[in-house]
Ligand binder design. Structure first.
Ligand SMILES: *Cc1c(COP(=O)(O)O)cnc(C)c1O
Length: 383
């Protein structure tokens, strides 16, 4: 088979199963909106849960940082790319979340890959919730360690796997809030199972940080647990991008020797670290933003209960509407698009086969009339 034949066949197969991915050009706009081909849409597909990507204090901090230090870090953090702004952001994050150390990464995807690659060896095992993010599952599939996925949100299933003999060490992995379903992991039940010297518990709280808990400290704060490793990402509620891994002092020291995504990759710009510090301040003082997000979620769920579609058991900003078949999900998304609403249909393999869905996301930036417009369009689209 030639390269051309291989690529053509892969594309044809995706086209036939309505799973060909396409990008659209979306320019962000204020008020939880975006502009595509000159048309303004209410955006119900982003992860900017608190609307911080448009926050004046963050924009000012980034601009001021750029004027002071320029726009690029110029090197890996191990060479000369680690500035005072990076250092103080790490210190602030560690103090806020109650860990010895925080290590900044360029993205959550890179952080998950780095953790698995740096920690896991041949006789080891990764026990991950079935619905764990692609960045973790992909890293695990490249790892010499064994990957076992446990039934979604089931402490009993994790306990059963932990009971099996293992010659190596164990990394247990779950998310705080699941990215496609919006439900929360039973962290208070999972954590005690992993309390032994051979097991690390890692929680990826990409969708909980900033939104849940006191001062937005996330899912672990709500559950009253402290995992061994906590991943927080900045592309969602923080409104920017990047990530931090919270851990103990020896773990940080070890990862600085071994995490190739830190060693061989350019550090985020100092200006971005400065903007992230501003985001952290807004988030800590953000009870009003979180209350507005909660009101918007409640307004959506109250209205959506009357739809002929299954509303998921989610109290978070992620509100999936399971449609079923790919073509039906795409058609409903298209109907909404014609009504000025930007919603994406999420299809397998991102979600299990037969559960194509509209992954609706609610933001504090939305107004009542945004939510109402979404509900009306859904009523009409489901008729
Ligand atoms: C978005 C996400 C990531 C990846 O984070 P990025 O910073 O966007 O690379 C990792 N884990 C989960 C659960 C996510 O939702």
């Amino acid at each position: 088979m030639t390269w051309q034949a291989r690529i053509d066949a892969a594309l044809a197969a995706r086209e036939a199963s309505h799973s060909l991915r396409r990008r659209a050009v979306c320019d962000p706009a204020r008020g939880g909106a975006l502009v595509n081909e000159g048309v303004r849409y209410r955006n119900f597909s982003g992860n900017d849960y608190l609307g911080l990507s448009q926050h004046p204090q963050l924009i000012e901090a980034w601009q001021q940082g750029a004027r002071t230090w320029g726009v690029g870090s110029g090197a890996s953090g191990h060479v000369s790319g680690y500035s005072r702004a990076h250092q103080t952001l790490e210190e602030d994050l560690a103090r806020w979340l109650g860990f010895d150390r925080a290590l900044l990464f360029i993205s959550g995807f890179a952080a998950n890959q780095a953790v698995v690659a740096a920690l896991m060896q041949a006789p080891d095992r990764i026990l991950a919730d079935r619905l764990s993010h692609a960045s973790l599952l992909e890293a695990a599939s490249h790892s010499p360690a064994t990957l076992r996925r446990f039934a979604h949100n089931s402490p009993a299933a994790l306990a059963a796997l932990l009971d099996k003999p293992c010659d190596g060490l164990t990394l247990a992995f779950t998310e705080g809030v699941f990215s496609m379903d919006g439900d929360c992991a039973p962290l208070a039940a999972l954590a005690p199972l992993t309390r032994n010297d051979n097991t690390l518990l890692m929680v990826d709280d990409a969708h909980g940080i900033g939104v849940l808990g006191r001062e937005g400290r996330g899912s672990c704060d709500v559950a009253g647990i402290k995992p061994d490793l906590l991943l927080v990402t900045f592309g969602k509620a923080f409104g920017l991008s990047g990530a931090a891994l919270l851990c103990s002092e020896p773990m940080a020291k070890y990862l600085l020797q071994t995490a190739r995504h830190l060693i061989y990759s350019t550090a985020m710009p100092a200006a971005q670290a400065q903007a992230l510090k501003a985001a952290l301040t807004v988030i800590r003082e953000g009870d009003e933003l979180r209350a507005r997000l909660e009101r918007n979620i409640a307004r959506f769920r109250a209205g959506a209960a009357r739809l002929p579609l299954a509303l998921a058991d989610s109290q978070t900003a992620i509100q999936p509407l399971i449609v079923g078949e790919n073509a039906a999900a795409l058609a409903l998304a298209q109907t909404l698009r014609e009504r000025g609403l930007w919603v994406t249909a999420i299809r397998p393999p991102t979600v299990p086969p037969g559960t194509a869905r509209l992954r609706l996301t609610i933001s504090a930036a939305h107004q009542d009339d945004d939510i109402d417009a979404l509900l009306e369009a859904l009523y009409d689209g489901c008729r």
